[in-house]
Ligand binder design. Sequence first.
Ligand SMILES: Nc1ncnc2c1ncn2[C@@H]1O[C@H](COP(=O)(O)OP(=O)(O)OP(=O)(O)O)[C@@H](O)[C@H]1O
Length: 469
Amino acid sequence: MSPQILITDDDNDILSALSLLLKSEGYSVNTANSPEQAIEKFRAHNFDLIILDLNYARDTTSGEEGIQLIAALRQLDETIPIVVMTGWGTIEVAVSTMKNGANDFIQKPWENDRLLAIIANQLKLAKSHRQFAKLSQENQLLQAEFYSHNVIAESSAMQQIIGTLKHLAQSDVSVLLTGENGTGKSLFARLIHDNSPRSKHSMVSVNMGAVTESLFESEMFGHVKGAFTDAKTTRIGRFELADEGTLFLDEIANTPISQQAKLLRVLEDRQFEKVGSSKTQHVDIRLIAATNADLQQAVNAGQFRKDLLYRVNTMTIEIPPLRQRSADILPLANNFLTQIANKHNKPQLTIALDARQALQNYAWPGNVRELGHVMERASILCQTNEIGRNDLRLDIEGEFTATPTAKLASVSQQPQDTSADLRSLNEIEKDIIINRLDYYKGNAIEAAKSLGVSRSAFYRKLDKIKSET
Ligand SMILES: Nc1ncnc2c1ncn2[C@@H]1O[C@H](COP(=O)(O)OP(=O)(O)OP(=O)(O)O)[C@@H](O)[C@H]1O
């Protein structure tokens, strides 16, 4: 889109001549013949630059009206380039306007080349200021977010999902990632973005559960200076930051119900207004959302708008819990150890056999995130270069026995006294299978799922146990 320029002057001949010149250079031009009209037009449209005369009907030399107009425009927008036009003999006034908000000035009668050069320079400067503001806000977001690009997916379930995500990444379709906490939804949102045609632009994440209701609009859509008491400067919202890139709405089920209609509108029309402004802005974003909640249930309970659900769930991908893909556990654990070793500049620790078994058998209610924490803690506790089962502390800490899934973990790790555990691998496997069946009250399908093995493999193991007893 060509840059939009507003020219303000009370002399219609000047408006026509300037319009002609700027249009011939490819700019879009709008004109106003009084300060009042300029403000009115400025409120209604998005301009990239303003050229304004300092003197209007009241008098012809003081520049007072022009100075007031600049002040009023600066109240509405701190950054738009303002170029002042001034007649002969009023240069001093023009210079003083630059101390009060104007960016440059040109003397009438103007030289076309000089005026065009000033306009081009000011537009370029404003663009780089915008980019800088955007980048510094993005940096703040990135600092708060640590993610690893190294995606581990050894299990066939995850390999299939990653294939699907990479395929979906090529389209602009909205994706909803579901799954328990810590299964990697944020990481997979990043994977979609990185593999999409938008990867050169930003992925902006918002944790919808962390945005307070009162600041929701300002956070998402931004605000203009003075929109409310604390709005000391203009703020760019997350939608604008994500323009041309991807917007990742994490924990979308936690969007306050009072804000869901506003979110729906911008997702439907890709249009919004900053708080305190009536100007409509357009954004071009790709939407990815994530939740660990059952959104359909939330809709039934009146906590989530049905139309918003349909807007976000064009494609739903469920990320399975870690306990259903045990082939990923050890590769993930080793990946965490590599990261820890790199971070502390130390040799990488290995994992002893008993620890590997414990990792495989634990139910991981906190999924991959919990595995990361366990490996971090084990690295600290470990006194050799090999992590042992005791270093994992999986069956010792109260936090792991508080949930039903954690109970499952502890039953599967018998006996607790590792020093006396001299059973064969077959016997350990047999104990685990029996315990797991007990836990799931005889439901072999659930038991097989929780161990990350296929139903038929589980039945084969059961048959073997039966034949041995
Ligand atoms: N397949 C994977 N490969 C490598 N690291 C992973 C994988 N899955 C998850 N992680 C890591 O586990 C941690 C938790 O993942 P992430 O934050 O993406 O989970 P989440 O599902 O978004 O969690 P929540 O629902 O709590 O927001 C992160 O450090 C992430 O990098």
